[in-house]
Design a protein around this ligand. Structure first.
Ligand SMILES: Cc1ncc(C[n+]2csc(CCOP(=O)(O)OP(=O)(O)O)c2C)c(N)n1
Ligand SMILES: [Mg+2]
Length: 363
């Protein structure tokens, strides 16, 4: 097996970075960010809380309370940075792993669990949060997002759309088709690719021979690679790309260079296909530790602050657990209610047949 050096600890040269893994602020000629201490503390809180939500969800799955869970571990900065760059009127189209973006869109985390517990089909109103339902079919949401972007373009709205997808998804036809549509129609969209180096057990080198962000040039729009473990850089780069989209400058592809620190989902065992040293190298680039180091070094937060965030995280985890366990199971016939928005003769027939079948057990 070939090992791509770029997946190790060495940062590739094209990377936009504003905060090093050691917590040092660095300048970039094209991107800057001016955050108040309060804003940095708030980003830190977001990062810690979404990691805690994720941890609780993994534990719930391991205890049989969720059918499956797709962990965001390691990708918190990519999601919080890009999620906090969105304005209320922007629209986000996630995959199944964007729990951090959901947090930024004020989706109650227990609603994320409903889908994975099998008690609903995605328990939030996309219009209320401007956050579309989770999409499992790899890459398909990029087409929905471009369609939405073209729609708001025709409505003359000053909003942008963001589509999330992974490195593996870039090999899908849907994603490439969405790039073409977005490009030729100059759609107000940001393509946010979280390159977490793996598509289940397929490594990045099986998806591409060139850095993913460079694909954009072939489609005719800018591409940029950002340190996906740097919340400042993700915020700055996404903010700029969304602004460009809103101002009629068309799409941007952002490749957030990050790492999936956990399993693909709870059904996966990554020790079967990747070496432990790779994970160890990425742990040194942890997205939360560098913000903590920055806050400490610059005396922008004291121990009391860190303790209070930890305590809040513990409370959130416990609350999430109890509310997850309290979610009622749907009735067996409820499944027919969500196929069509309007009453439907075939559904009525199938519901009646299934009800009769279930009654057979009661006799
Ligand atoms: C169209 C389609 N093909 C295959 C799958 C099975 N599948 C689920 S996740 C996944 C890998 C996706 O990798 P990537 O795009 O890198 O996203 P990540 O899971 O790493 O966030 C695959 C192949 C699917 N859900 N949809
Ligand atoms: Mg991936």
């Amino acid at each position: 097996m070939t090992v791509d050096a770029s997946r190790g600890a060495e940062a590739p040269p094209e990377l936009v970075q504003l905060l090093t893994p050691e917590g040092e602020r660095v300048e970039h000629p094209d991107y800057d960010i001016d955050l108040t201490p309060e804003e940095v503390r708030s980003l830190y809180r977001d990062l810690v809380l979404v990691r805690r939500i994720d941890l609780e969800a993994v534990a719930l799955q391991r205890q049989g309370e969720l059918g499956i869970w797709a962990s965001l571990l390691g990708q918190e900065a990519a999601q919080i940075g890009s999620g906090r760059a969105l304005t209320d009127t922007d629209m986000a189209f996630p995959t199944y792993r964007e729990h951090g973006v959901a947090w930024c869109r004020d989706v109650d985390p227990v609603k994320l669990l409903g889908l994975f517990r099998g008690v609903n089909h995605g328990g939030w109103d996309p219009k209320e949060h401007n956050f579309h339902l989770y999409t499992i079919v790899i890459g398909s949401q990029t087409l929905h997002a471009v369609g939405y972007a073209m729609g708001i373009q025709r409505d003359d709205a000053t909003a942008a759309t963001i589509a999330y997808f992974g490195d593996g998804a870039t090999s899908q036809g849907d994603v490439n088709e969405s790039f073409i549509w977005a490009s030729v129609f100059n759609a107000p969209i940001v393509f946010f690719c979280q390159n977490n180096q793996w598509a289940i057990s397929e490594p990045l080198e099986k998806q591409t021979r060139i850095p993913l962000y460079r694909r954009a040039s072939g489609f005719g729009f800018p591409g940029i690679r950002v340190d996906g473990n740097d919340v400042f850089a993700c915020l700055a780069v996404t903010r700029q790309a969304l602004k460009n989209a809103r101002e009629g400058q068309g799409p941007t592809l952002i490749e957030a260079f990050t790492y999936r620190m956990g399993a693909h989902t709870t059904t996966d065992d990554p020790t079967r296909y990747r070496v432990a040293s790779e994970l160890e190298a990425w742990k040194l680039k942890d997205p939360i530790e560098r913000v903590k180091a920055y806050l400490f070094k610059n005396e922008l937060a004291d121990q009391e602050f860190f303790d209070s965030v930890d305590a809040e995280a513990e409370g959130l985890g416990a609350d999430l657990r109890s509310r997850c366990l309290a979610m009622p199971d749907p009735g067996p016939l409820d499944i027919f209610d969500h196929v069509y928005a309007e009453p439907h003769a075939l559904m009525d027939e199938e519901r009646a047949q299934y009800a009769a079948y279930l009654e057979g057990f009661e006799r």
